[in-house]
Design a binder for this molecule. Structure first.
Ligand SMILES: *Cc1c(COP(=O)(O)O)cnc(C)c1O
Length: 390
């Protein structure tokens, strides 16, 4: 009996905490603490001589079920869930970095992550070097004796540049450092970073895992030994995921692969349609066959994901006009939702960066980012077409 279950089955059947009531759906354990049968029982559970739950900041059966299901999809030994994606990033980084340690990070980061690194990590005396998302030689040159961790998100937001996970994992391990990857853009439905030697796959469950724009959540997956250390940090810092949100996220996981597969196909169709439009200068999507990184994308991802960016001719004025003309796309920065969204990175997600820094990162004032939901794809194309005035 060595049949390997498909991820679609694991997303539904991968784990469950069953009570005596024989409920079919995973039960929601909305309780802050758990009782002991006796004084001796309480002592044994606290001393970890006996398995059991004590307090929901430390562990909760609904949260545990969520962690196990995602860990299986990430092909990881274990996962530790957090209240938000940012809490997962904080926990993954600060469990292993102390004052005097050195972090190498890709320059192409989610805005709040960049703010966390420059505004807080550095304040705690952690040295940081920012390097290119795609040029591994920059990472090599940045290595120092005190380098403890390498960090990136791939593909990058919003330009969909892909980092080489296998090469970066090799580099990290040769130098006794860990490689942590933010997998929110792809989700475990499209990419399992651990397959390429990555130590920690971190993500915002708020995106494709929830998939319906309801709750915030995060998770870090990896080897048991690393995750157990992060779990201690999450517990003492109070970053835990609420059982209610874990229960919502579990229903998201069950349909995630189906949703993301549909979104991958729709995003590719829209990217290819955009390429043919006169008013569009350039389209950025990791799933495009013309993408210069196509081989790396094929190796690491099972699709391009739901997010793509494109540059409209005519700069900010033309970009804003398009946003104001769309009828279906929501004007909001979230992604991974069933509702498609559109944003102008220059004035929103990347608004705090200087114009020089934005241009250096390839973000122009005519660039728009769209995240594809689950509306009928031809309706989305119609919406973009009428908004372009074609
Ligand atoms: C949304 C997001 C985060 C932060 O997650 P929250 O759940 O909003 O805290 C981090 N990284 C990436 C790439 C994201 O898209």
């Amino acid at each position: 009996m060595t049949h390997q279950l498909h991820p679609q089955t694991l997303a539904i059947r991968g784990s469950k905490e069953q009570t005596a009531y024989n409920e079919h759906q995973q039960a929601l354990f909305l309780t802050s603490s758990f009782m002991f049968d006796s004084a001796a029982d309480g002592a044994a559970i606290f001393a970890k001589q006996k398995q059991g739950f004590t307090y929901s900041r430390t562990a909760n059966p609904t949260v545990t079920t969520f962690q196990k299901r995602i860990a299986q999809l990430e092909q990881a030994e274990e996962g530790i869930a957090t209240g938000t994606g940012m809490a997962a990033i904080q926990a993954a980084l600060l469990t292993f970095l102390s004052a005097g340690d050195h972090l190498i990070s890709s320059r192409s980061l989610f805005g709040t992550t960049a703010g966390f690194i420059t505004g807080h990590l550095m304040r705690f005396g952690i040295e940081v070097t920012f390097v290119s998302q795609t040029d591994v030689s920059e990472w090599e040159k940045a290595i120092r004796p005190n380098t403890k961790m390498l960090f990136l998100e791939t593909p990058s937001n919003p330009l969909c540049e892909v980092g080489d996970l296998e090469k970066l994992a090799e580099l990290a391990h040769k130098n006794n450092a860990l490689l942590a990857v933010d997998n929110a853009f792809c989700s475990p439905a499209v990419q399992q970073p651990l397959k390429f030697g990555v130590d920690l796959s971190v993500q915002s469950a708020t995106k494709a895992i929830d998939g319906q724009g309801r709750v915030l959540g995060g998770i870090v997956c990896g080897k048991a030994e690393l995750i157990q250390k992060i779990a201690l940090y999450v517990n003492s810092m109070g970053l835990s995921l609420s059982p209610f949100n874990a229960w919502i996220l579990l229903s998201g996981v069950e349909t995630m692969l189906l949703r993301v597969r549909e979104q991958n196909q729709a995003a590719l169709k829209i990217a290819q349609w955009l390429q043919k439009q006169q008013k569009i200068q350039k389209v950025y999507y990791s799933g495009l066959p013309e993408n210069p990184q196509v081989e790396l994308v094929k190796k690491q991802q099972s699709g391009g994901g739901a997010v793509l960016a494109f540059e409209v001719k005519g700069g900010q004025e033309a970009a804003w006009q398009l946003i104001d003309q769309v009828k279906i796309f929501s004007k909001t920065a979230n992604f991974g939702d069933v509702r498609s969204t559109i944003t102008h990175p220059w004035t929103t997600t990347h608004g705090r960066m200087s114009p020089e820094d934005k241009l250096a990162a390839g973000i122009t004032d005519g660039l728009l980012r769209i995240a594809i939901g689950l509306e009928y794809v031809d309706d989305l194309i119609w919406d973009l077409q009428q908004a372009l005035g074609e």
